[in-house]
Design a protein around this ligand. Structure first.
Ligand code: MTE
Length: 298
């Protein structure tokens, strides 16, 4: 399977691993005080286990709604063995074993350096493979127009699902052409290591031109369908979260502006910079939305 996309971002553009690890401290304002900087936070001084523990600023509501909950609670999640059910409008529906998937996908070392943006932004190196290659294993049928995703639901291992903050299991969706785009990947690693559980082990979606909540974690089911699938955040609050969720500085969230972002690692007083249309990937993906009103389809 050919690597269809070439990194425009170079290794030098990547947010230093130490800043990514310490993003809680960085976002908490310590960076502004100069207490955490590219040189002062040392990832290489950490024990390997400590690394697992230290990504402490996550959204993964199945483990709790506090940003620190996933790092505390996600260690309970069993991620091996793991199967992904691929069903719906495919030629070869079935339960695909994660180890088998990896054996077929890791033909070459693949690193995807992607910008990611919420109120802050970073450049993160993911390991993984194109979603299109996974869908090819199952054989997408002609009638399919959309792809639905589902996260594992294990009340025994996920303390957060006792609370009805979202309608469990967590679900997400893409249009088929979005799903087949070479920028849409299933990530299995980050900074050259396996994904920590709190970041969605063993595999999670990454769609770099969309806001972070589209990146559904710990995926166990992928369904090809001919309807727009429901998404967890849209079900929870349709006024604030649309199906598309494309990064768009011209469309404000009802409660905040989305025009600027704070770049982590952008210097001592990481200043706000304008957010780019489609998170800087307009050249690659704007064509998917030709003729669409992106204010109405937010
Ligand atoms: N996936 C599941 N299953 N449950 C979640 O609560 N949160 C989403 C997304 N994927 C979430 C999820 C949100 S709101 C964000 S911002 C990203 O995961 C955060 O990913 P990160 O912790 O790797 O930065």
């Amino acid at each position: 399977m050919a690597h269809r996309w070439t990194n425009r971002l170079q290794a030098a553009d990547v947010t230093p691993e130490a800043l990514w690890l310490n993003r809680r401290a960085v976002l908490g304002g310590l960076a502004g005080l100069g207490l955490v900087g590219a040189g002062s936070a040392r990832a290489d001084a950490l024990e390997p286990n400590a690394w697992e523990d230290i990504t402490r600023y996550n959204n993964y509501y199945e483990f709790g709604t506090d940003k620190g909950d996933p790092a505390r609670n996600a260690r309970m999640l069993t991620t091996a063995p793991w199967t992904v059910r691929i069903d719906g409008l495919v030629d070869r529906p079935g339960d695909y074993d994660f180890a088998d998937i990896m054996a077929q996908m890791t033909i070459e070392e693949r690193i995807y350096r992607f910008r990611c943006v919420e109120a802050w932004s970073m450049v993160v190196p993911w390991n993984g493979f194109e979603l299109a290659d996974l869908l090819a294993l199952a054989g997408v049928q002609a009638g399919a127009t959309h792809v639905a995703f589902e996260t594992v639901l294990r009340p025994d291992e996920m303390p957060g699902v006792r609370y009805p903050v979202l309608d469990w299991p967590y679900v997400e969706g893409l249009r088929l052409d979005e799903a087949m785009h070479p920028l849409t990947i299933m990530a299995t690693g980050i900074y050259g290591r396996d994904l920590p559980n709190q970041n969605g082990a063993p595999l999670r979606l990454v769609v770099p031109w969309k806001y972070g909540f589209k990146s559904i974690k710990s995926v166990v089911r992928i369904t090809l369908t001919d309807k727009e699938p429901p998404t967890s955040w849209n079900k929870a609050n349709a006024r604030e979260y649309g199906f598309y969720s494309n990064v768009n500085p011209e469309v404000d969230h009802p409660r905040w502006s989305q025009a600027t972002e704070r770049r982590i690692g952008g210097g001592l007083f990481s200043s706000r910079v304008p957010t780019l249309m489609f998170n800087g990937y307009a050249e690659e993906v704007a064509g998917l939305y030709t003729g669409m009103d992106l204010k109405a389809n937010f």
